[in-house]
Design a protein around this ligand. Structure first.
Ligand code: SAM
Ligand code: SF4
Ligand code: SF4
Length: 425
């Protein structure tokens, strides 16, 4: 398979912007620093503002979402991760997403946008997963100016403020850019033009970025976001930005077509479809992890009489264990459930009791046991109806969603079960 074509990135190559699109996968909710212009809180689907998203995805959900997006818009050539926080404040999720996508879509370009603080330990992973483009936000090359941008910077367990914070950021950003260039990755720098703070400093930034080998500079106008320290700073005008870009262009090529995209942007730069795909994102944010079938031949069922799935996880005192052989289902045994009332431990004990089961079919399940069992490799599936139909869906790859159904008026919450291990009966 040939390497992905790096010219097909609409942000780095303006000529590609009419034919090639990008999708931002919102898999990185946390951030390791606090910029004085960033507000990731409020989402309005009609608003294009950095950092906002209509939902957050887990890596396997991001893969599912991307698959659906590509079916509808095959012009997408770039997968980006631009928050809503920072990809390297969520390195596990970021790298897993890259790995899953690289396996299924080897031709995709990868582009990550980061403040740079947490990137260093992952430089080789970025190369390994074929990250082609990176953006690092550098708002100052002088920590006395940089300190005005950051409320705090958290590096591992150490929290920095003021000048110390800006020094840590600047040192790290230089090392990261050098490391990316050593690995042949194309680097863009975003500089957020903030009147009265760094608008007089951009030539110095451009010169330093050129010396570090940066490929492209994106002088982005500040969006004065509500409820931020910079909310009252006026947004720089088009003319002012153009003057700044003209000066910076002496040192580095300029990006002039940036849309200040959302963390869940989709489509061509001039035809954002994030509002159109918001329901797809929301549906994908609810999909369960793929079932682990290796070493998990059985399915557990919460049933009062062995015909219907009709008990909540917490009210079942025992589980029937079912197996499939040559297309037929047999109940092999009944296992006692761990006693009620031991908090989260009960769900970990249940995960051990069902360690050879790929799924547990129940008519209701609280959020805590859902999360614990899923993490332990067992998919709790909420459904009602005949056991045989549920088993068919699980073993034969049917649509388990078709059976999903909470008992009307008897959801876990309605029954007073908080999923805390106290039982929902
Ligand atoms: C939301 S961030 C996510 C990536 C990463 N955390 C970062 O800051 O580089 C994407 C880009 O949006 C920029 N940004 C965030 N809030 C902004 C604002 N209010 N005005 C202009 N740019 C903003 C960031 O500086 C960054 O360049
Ligand atoms: S690094 Fe990015 S996500 Fe984090 S506070 Fe700054 S702009 Fe927001
Ligand atoms: S924010 Fe700018 S650089 Fe990033 S995807 Fe949008 S247009 Fe491209």
């Amino acid at each position: 398979m040939s390497a992905p074509d790096t010219a097909k990135h609409p942000c780095f190559n303006v000529k590609a912007k009419g034919e090639c699109g990008r999708v931002h996968l919102p898999v990185a909710p946390k951030c390791n620093i606090m910029c004085n212009y960033c507000n990731r809180k409020y989402d309005c689907v009609n608003e294009s503002r950095p950092g906002v998203t209509s939902g957050v995805l887990k890596p396997h959900q991001a893969l599912e979402y991307l698959t659906r997006i590509l079916e509808k818009d095959p012009r997408i050539t770039v997968v980006g991760i631009a928050g809503p926080g920072d990809p390297f404040a969520n390195p596990k999720e970021t790298l897993k997403t890259l790995r899953l996508i690289r396996e299924r879509f080897p031709q995709m370009l990868f582009c990550l946008s980061s403040n740079g603080l947490g990137v260093l330990p992952y430089l080789d992973d970025l190369k390994k997963y074929g990250v082609t483009h990176m953006t690092i936000t550098v708002n100052a090359v002088d920590p006395e100016i940089g300190r005005k941008f950051y409320a705090w910077v958290r590096d591992g367990k150490v929290l920095y403020r003021g000048l110390e914070a800006a020094k840590v950021m600047w040192e790290r950003q230089q090392a990261v850019i050098a490391g990316l260039k050593e690995r042949g990755i194309i680097v863009k720098v975003n500089t957020i033009i903030t009147p009265g703070i760094n608008d007089h400093h951009v030539e110095a930034i451009a010169a330093k970025m050129r010396d570090l080998g940066v490929d492209l500079l994106n002088c982005m106008p500040l969006f004065p976001a509500a409820e931020t320290i910079f909310e009252d700073i006026p947004e720089p005008g088009k003319e002012e930005i153009e003057q700044i870009r003209t000066k910076a262009e002496k040192y580095l090529p300029q990006m002039r077509h940036c849309k200040r995209c959302r963390a869940d942007a989709v489509g061509l730069l001039d035809q954002d479809k994030s509002a159109e795909f918001a329901s797809c994102l929301s549906a994908c944010s609810k999909t369960l992890p793929p079932m682990q079938t290796t070493d998990r031949p059985y399915v557990a069922v919460a049933s009062m009489e062995g015909v219907l799935i009709n008990q909540h996880l917490g009210e079942a005192s025992s589980f029937q264990i079912w197996a499939e052989q040559n297309g037929a289902f047999t109940m092999v045994e009944v296992r006692e459930a761990p006693p009620k009332g031991s908090g989260a431990r009960r769900w970990y004990d249940l995960a051990r009791t069902l360690k050879d089961c790929r799924s547990v079919l129940v008519s209701g399940v609280g959020d805590t046991p859902m999360a614990i069992l899923s993490e332990e490799g067992i998919n709790p599936l909420e459904m009602s109806g005949f056991i045989q139909e549920g088993l068919t869906a699980v073993y034969k790859g049917g649509n388990v969603n078709a059976f999903k159904h909470r008992r009307e008026g008897k959801t876990c919450k309605a029954m007073g079960c908080t999923g805390d291990g106290g039982g929902c009966g």
